[in-house]
Design a protein around this ligand. Sequence first.
Ligand code: ZN
Length: 300
Amino acid sequence: MPSSQLNTDVALGVAIPARNARGRIARLGPVVDDVLSNHRYPPIMERLLAEALVLTALLGTLLKEPGGQITLQAQTEAGIVDLLVCDYLGGELRGYIRHDPERLADAGPNPSLFALFGRGYLAITFDHPVMKERYQGIVPLEGESLAHAAQSFFAQSEQIPSIVRLAVEKRDGRWFAGGLIFQHLPEGEEGRERIHTRLDHPDWPHVAILAGSVKAEELTDPDLPLDDLLWRLFHEEEEVRTLDPIHLRKGCRCDPDYVRSVIARFPAEEREAMVGEDGKIRVDCEFCSSSFAIEPGELA
Ligand SMILES: [Zn+2]
């Protein structure tokens, strides 16, 4: 595959077998602008959603099962941001943020994660439809950034030493978001017990230092292919394997027929209460801002 296809809207899996490390590196370009075009957010919220989207891409592409879904949700008590949701399924990303614009305007140009979220929680949900498994881990939304919160998610909730770096930059009016995650899995890949995972294994600090040396501008630079960036970081390792790239795009799964079937299950009197002044039931998709108008008569 020519490396021009490894610049934006793509994730690449990495393994460093001798160090028992695996990772993902991803960069989003047009996908971020696509997702943001459905919303009208101030720049601080655009940046935050871009960061959350690339984190979601990293976590989603870690899933082995093709039909696996990952949902990242940050929820707060009394924060400027009330709710942030992103999800990933089969290379498709979507997301939205609910926030208080007035309080955001008072928060200054560069609010900290705590200023935005107050006391908040980061929940990551893994859905494996084929295995019919759903797993959710929740950690307090702490530290300076979403990347720190994701690192503590893996340390606390999963007991996997991990390093996460995320960077977002607007270049000539277009957003670019890049990130990497590396993890130490000395007991092998997923599916095996990790009860013997040692947090102090000597291979891990080495990988974490190399991965952590990545610069924000390298993660966001659309002219730097991801395989070249990996080489910069890990060229002294004896073997670095990359997996097939996963191309990423915006995708929403809201579906008028599904919305109709959900509404149809409500009792008749509750459906009546949903009818608006125009005689229709309106249901909005917060991810893509689509609005569905349903004729109450079609549901009978
Ligand atoms: Zn939608």
